[in-house]
Every structure is written in structure tokens, then in C-alpha cells.
Design a protein around this ligand. Structure first.
Ligand SMILES: Cc1ncc(C[n+]2csc(CCOP(=O)(O)OP(=O)(O)O)c2C)c(N)n1
Ligand SMILES: [Mg+2]
Length: 683
């Protein structure tokens, strides 16, 4: 490393330390320990390791950097400010304040240059596995022997907490198996977490653990720039294995009285220690948020070099595009609209099919029309019906395979789906039994916070699972998924609705918070937006009959989340259901009609759209005429429908299930046409 470059990077590291402790002090809240401890690594990464063009943070072939230890956000904000990502210093001064572009933890879509929302420890690590996986998929789709248009690394900074979390073990095991050679993780091994030293709770050999996962493992000093750089070079040249670089670091480095203690993890230094730290590291103790002209000049040069690298890539891309017009076409759609017309399978009215099986048929059509769609299951593909026939298994030896095998690792699967989605150029789905959605809930929540269009396929969506019993019968899952803001839970009632559910999920894009609307967001909260964010498909194990639909039903579902399956003028009873219970209502409606009742039936595949339409006042008055009595039937917890009907007008399951034959359970739990008739007659 040239001596002038080294001096400049050291100066950047000093400046990061100053900015970070000033930001935390101004907020009187936040985490100074990590930014102080990893300032040198951060400075080195952004100065001379990352392939990035700060003027275009969306450059498809940029290296990705994920701050898995999201509490160290001031490190990232300092870097993004210094290297020209358009993050004003005023926002650093307003760290953690309402409406600032520097929120407590990094938020994707809010702050330019933030690759993902982090904060829940381990999430960044696991999601980065998906990002690195996506890189290999797109490299195999687009690169040719003459041109490489997809060729980037994915870097992660993870702490002790990230590596303690179970999800990093799942994800590391998967990454090692898959040989994701361009994934490089820095481990901030400072032996400190909140409660004290890691010897309180974490004494394994992380190095041995990762070696066993089939990772390349290196130990490095955390502050010698040349040593770190050499380790990175070795990690880059190991193309068959992911790499872990264990950095021997000191939390709070530079703080004379707090470095190496657990107090500095998440407590502002206080004015005196801020001064003492600045003095100790060679900054002016009387100045705040100081950046020297030399720092800005240096980072401007780095940015210029980045822009040049980007230009060089542009010209490779242009000749690749010329030589491969078909691939270029696919690239544009993959990284653009991701739209294609799908030849949906035809389903005969009256035929019987589980919605999971209908979904399986839909997926074949989707995969044929959309080469950017990949996905898989956590070892349940035969049950989830997610296998893409004849399209190969994604493995170390076959990056072109479109079936992902996550193994029995739901949490890592959810993370990987988010990572693939974040990478760009791909649409990804992950599947398991609905009851195990709980094993991946943190990742669904993060997808919703990020407003990214990850797709989660959950089959076996009610007690109708039958013999497997209460551990396998979802009860509270529908309600608990629906309360995740921004997530759409699509629960189709037959095969045709299943195709529509897929169509709605595939149409979604990433939503972005911008400077312009961050105020709005703060004012209104994140509302459900049918155009963006993640989707859940809730699908049945059991067969359902395909029923006749009225004209315009698809548009009604898109606009209102519901449609009138069985219309009735001046009804005195309205029956409303989702998924498998719509068929029950259609039968109940016939029985009630024979008894002289005037019955209307609605199917509600998307309660989120339905709620929104009702709230916005756009729901057609013919859907829920005022005088009729409303009943809801859904094989799940009542909570979903609070606000629509009281519990006396609800048939569902708010207790755990039982092991038994599905048909017997339906009678036992009273989720049958007869039970509906009885309830309506009683009231
Ligand atoms: C899933 C999760 N659990 C708990 C926390 C709260 N938390 C934030 S930082 C932290 C300790 C992290 O220790 P380490 O990763 O070693 O960071 P360092 O103290 O070295 O900066 C904890 C428990 C969290 N953010 N995410
Ligand atoms: Mg630590």
C-alpha cells in the first residue's frame, strides 16, 4: 500500500471515529463501540476494497456491503457521507431523530447506499448469503466466455452477536455447502457484548466451527491495514469457499477510558470522554463533526476511480449486449419490469385440486415465462409443490439450476429469499408448512420493513392438515402474519384464485422511502401498499372444488381484495370467508336459501386489500349492504376479523388443533356448512 494512501485511510478512520462519537453524543443515544472499533476496516473497505460508484448506488455489478451488526450504524453513515453517497452531514447531526436519514439502525430504501435494513443480529449475515447466491445465479445466466457482466463480491461486517444467533449457523452451513466463494465476512471479534465479556456465554472456537462449515478462515489483526488487505486478497482468490476473516479488534478503540469495556457498546461517551478520545486520536477536541478538506479530496478521488470502474464495466456491458442481444433483452426485463405474460393453466369449474397443487401447476407456467424466477423449499418441496420440473437443482456445480434446496433451515431460507430479492435481477420464493412460518418470522418482518417483494409460500394452512396434530396445524399464523404491517397474505379459495394470487405477488416491486416522503412516512406510518412489499401465499393441503366466478372478479380482488361469489339482492345474510372456507359457505348458502334466507357470499383472498378498500371508502356498497347480518368463517384465529364481526358472528379456530382425520376434525371444531347454518339460524 502506498504510504500516502495509507495516511489518507488512517485519516478517514480518525474522521469516522470523530463523526461517530459526535453523532451518538448529539443524539445522547446509540452505539459508539463498534464504529470506534471498526473505523479502520470501514475506511479501508470504502477506500480501496469495494468496487463501488457512489454516484450510482444502483450499479448492478457493484460490490455489496452489509453491516450485519446494524447497531454500528454511525460507521455506515460516516462512510456514506464521506464517500459521496449524498448523505448530508446535517443528517448525521440529527442521528436517531425523527425524520433523519440516519435512523437508529440502517434502513434500506431510506438512506442511499444502505444495502439492507439491519439491526436484528444475524439477519445481515444470513441475508448476505442470499445476495451472494443471487450473484452466482445471474453470473451463470448472463456471463459468457468473452464477457463478465456479473462479477462482484458480497462483504459483511458481523459481530459476536451475529455469530451467536442461530440464523448465522444455518446460513453459514448453507453457504459452505453451496461454496459461495464471493462471500467475504469480517468478524469483529472484540470479545464484548452488552452484558460483558463473551466468556459469559460464548466460548466455542468460531474458527473451527466455520472450518467445519467448509469456509476459508483467516485470523487477522483488526488495525493493520496491510494485514487486512492481504487477508482480503486471499479471501477473494478462494473462489470455492466463502471466507471468514476474524479480526482481532477492541471495542471502542481510541477512547482512553472506555475502550475494551462493555459500557462503550451502547452508551454515549459523555462530553468529557468525547474530548479525551479526540485528543487521544489526534482530532481537535473543541470541534464537532469535523471532516478535513484532505479527507473530502481523498474520498472524491476514490469516487472518481469508482466511476471509472463503472465506466469500464459499461463498455464491457455494451459489447456484451451487442454480441448477445437475447441475453440483453432478458437482462433488461430481469433488472427492470420483471413482467411477462404467463400462460396460466386452465382449471375446470367443478374439478377438485388442493391450492398447493394448483400453485405447483402455476409455478411451471411462471418459470417457463419468467427465467428470473427461482425458488425452493426448506426440505418440503414435494409437499409444498414448489419443484420446477426439469429446471435443475441449484448447487455448487450447477449455478443454473432454478430449484433451491435450503435444507431444513427456514430462518436461513427467509433470509436468503430477501437477499436474492435485494440483489436485483431475480424474483425468489421460499416455501414451508404454514405452521413453520414462525421459524422465519423475523425475515418476513424485515422484508416488510424493507418493502421488498419477497414471496413466501406456506402450504398446509389449517387444521385440515389432519393427523399430524396441533404442532402442525396452523391456528394463530394467519392472524399473526396479517399483523405485520405491509405484508400481504393471499389465501386463495380455489385453483383460479391461486393463479391470481401468484399474479398479484409477482407484480410487486420494491417500495422506497425517499427524502421527499420520509416526512409522510413518519406522519402516517407504513400503510399497506398493494404495489410493493412481500407476499405470503397461504395454500391448502386438501382438495378444493373450483367454483364459477362472476365477470370482473379478478379486478375486484386487485382493487378490493374480495369479490361477490354469490350475489343476492337485498340479502339478509352475508357470508364472508377466505381460502378453503369459501367452498363451505357456498354449500351453507344453498342450505340457508332452502330455508328461506337471502344469502350473499364473498371470497376475500386478500384481507389487506379488503381492509384498505373499506378504510379508503372505495369498497362497492353492493359488497356489504348495510342491513344484512355479516358472518365470517375462517379456519384460523378470530383476531384477524376483529373490527369486522364480533366473536358471536365468527366461525373459526382460536384454540390449538387435534390429531385426527381432517373430515372428523371439521365436524369436531364446527367448521362445516351445517355449523354455519346453525349459527345463522340461532341469531
Ligand atoms: C436478534 C437481536 N437480539 C438482541 C439484540 C440487542 N443487541 C444489540 S447489540 C447486542 C450485543 C451485540 O454484541 P456484538 O455483536 O458483540 O456487538 P459489539 O458489542 O461488539 O458492538 C445486542 C444483544 C439485537 N439487536 N438483535
Ligand atoms: Mg462484540
Amino acid at each position: 500500500m502506498e504510504i500516502t494512501t495509507k495516511k489518507s485511510i488512517e485519516s478517514i478512520a480518525r474522521t469516522i471515529r470523530g463523526l461517530s462519537i459526535d453523532g451518538v453524543q448529539a443524539a445522547n443515544s446509540g452505539h459508539p463501540g463498534l464504529p470506534l472499533g471498526c473505523a479502520d476496516l470501514g475506511a479501508l473497505l470504502y477506500s480501496s476494497i469495494l468496487k463501488h460508484d457512489p454516484a450510482d448506488s444502483g450499479w448492478a455489478d457493484r460490490d455489496r456491503f452489509v453491516l450485519s451488526a446494524g447497531h454500528g450504524s454511525m460507521l455506515l453513515y460516516s462512510l456514506l457521507h464521506l464517500f459521496g453517497y449524498g448523505l448530508p452531514i446535517e443528517d448525521l447531526k440529527r442521528f436517531r431523530q425523527l425524520g433523519s436519514l440516519c435512523p437508529g439502525h440502517p434502513e434500506f430504501g431510506l438512506t442511499n447506499g444502505v444495502e439492507m435494513t439491519t439491526g436484528p443480529l444475524g439477519a445481515g449475515f444470513a441475508t448476505a448469503v442470499g445476495i451472494a447466491l443471487a450473484e452466482t445465479v445471474n453470473a451463470s445466466r448472463f456471463n459468457t466466455s468473452a464477457h463478465k457482466v456479473v462479477d462482484h463480491f458480497t462483504y459483511v461486517l458481523a459481530g459476536d452477536g451475529c455469530l451467536m444467533e442461530g440464523v448465522s449457523s444455518e446460513a453459514a452451513s448453507l453457504a459452505g455447502h453451496l461454496g459461495l466463494g464471493k462471500l467475504i465476512v469480517f468478524y469483529d471479534s472484540n470479545h464484548i457484548t452488552i452484558e460483558g465479556g463473551t466468556d459469559l456465554a460464548f466460548s466455542e472456537s468460531v474458527a473451527k466451527r466455520f472450518e467445519a462449515y467448509n469456509w476459508q478462515v483467516q485470523l487477522s489483526d483488526g488495525y493493520d491495514l496491510e494485514t487486512i488487505e492481504a487477508a482480503v486478497l486471499r479471501a477473494q482468490s478462494e473462489t470455492g469457499k466463502p471466507s471468514l476473516i476474524i479480526l482481532n479488534t477492541t471495542i471502542g478503540k481510541g477512547s482512553p477510558n472506555r475502550a475494551g469495556t462493555h459500557e462503550i457498546h451502547g452508551t454515549p461517551l459523555g462530553p468529557d470522554e468525547v474530548k479525551a478520545t479526540k485528543l487521544a486520536i489526534g482530532l481537535d477536541p473543541e470541534k464537532f463533526f469535523q471532516v478535513s478538506d484532505a479527507d473530502y479530496a481523498f474520498t472524491a478521488n476514490v469516487a472518481k476511480a469508482g466511476a471509472k470502474a463503472h465506466e469500464a464495466w459499461d463498455s464491457v456491458f455494451a459489447s456484451w449486449a451487442k454480441a448477445n442481444p437475447e441475453k440483453k433483452k432478458e437482462w433488461d426485463i430481469s433488472y427492470g419490469t420483471r413482467h411477462a405474460d404467463i400462460a396460466w393453466p386452465k382449471f375446470e369449474v367443478g374439478s377438485k385440486l388442493a391450492t398447493r397443487a394448483a400453485s405447483g401447476q402455476c409455478l411451471q407456467a411462471i418459470a417457463a415465462a419468467m427465467p428470473w424466477v427461482i425458488g425452493g423449499s426448506a426440505d418440503l418441496a414435494p409437499s409444498n409443490n414448489t419443484n420446477l420440473k426439469g429446471l435443475g437443482d441449484y448447487q455448487k456445480e450447477n449455478r443454473a439450476g432454478r430449484n433451491l434446496h435450503f435444507g431444513v433451515r427456514e430462518h436461513a431460507m427467509g433470509s436468503a429469499i430477501n437477499g436474492i430479492t435485494l440483489h436485483g435481477g431475480l424474483t425468489a420464493y421460499g416455501a414451508t408448512f404454514m405452521v413453520f412460518a414462525d421459524y422465519m418470522r423475523p425475515t418476513i418482518r424485515l422484508a416488510a420493513i424493507m418493502r421488498i417483494p419477497s414471496i413466501f409460500v406456506f402450504t398446509h394452512d389449517s387444521f385440515q392438515v389432519g393427523e399430524d396434530g396441533p404442532t402442525h396445524q396452523p391456528v394463530e399464523q394467519l392472524a399473526s402474519l396479517r399483523i405485520i404491517p405491509g405484508l400481504e397474505v393471499l389465501r386463495p379459495a380455489d385453483s383460479e384464485e391461486t393463479a391470481l394470487a401468484w399474479e398479484l405477488a409477482l407484480k410487486k416491486r420494491s417500495g422506497h422511502h425517499t427524502r421527499a416522503n420520509v416526512g409522510d412516512r413518519v406522519a402516517t406510518g407504513i400503510e399497506f401498499d398493494p404495489e410493493n412489499g412481500p407476499s405470503v401465499l397461504a395454500l391448502t393441503r386438501q382438495n378444493l372444488s373450483v367454483f364459477a366466478k362472476p365477470e370482473g372478479w379478478k379486478a375486484d380482488v386487485a382493487h378490493f381484495g374480495a369479490y361477490v361469489v354469490r350475489a343476492q339482492k337485498n340479502p339478509d345474510v352475508i357470508l364472508l370467508a377466505t381460502g378453503s372456507e369459501v367452498g363451505i359457505l357456498l354449500n351453507a348458502a344453498e342450505l340457508l336459501t332452502n330455508k328461506g334466507k337471502r344469502v350473499q357470499v364473498l371470497s376475500v383472498p386478500s384481507l389487506e386489500r379488503f381492509r384498505k378498500a373499506r378504510k379508503d371508502g372505495t369498497l362497492p356498497s353492493s359488497f356489504l349492504p348495510a342491513k344484512a347480518v355479516l358472518y365470517v368463517v375462517e379456519a384460523g384465529h378470530y383476531l384477524s376479523w376483529a373490527g369486522f364481526v364480533d366473536e358471536e358472528h365468527f366461525i373459526g379456530l382460536s384454540r390449538f388443533g387435534e390429531s385426527g382425520k381432517a373430515e372428523e376434525l371439521a365436524v369436531y371444531f364446527g367448521i362445516t356448512p351445517d355449523a354455519v347454518v346453525e349459527l345463522v339460524e340461532k341469531n
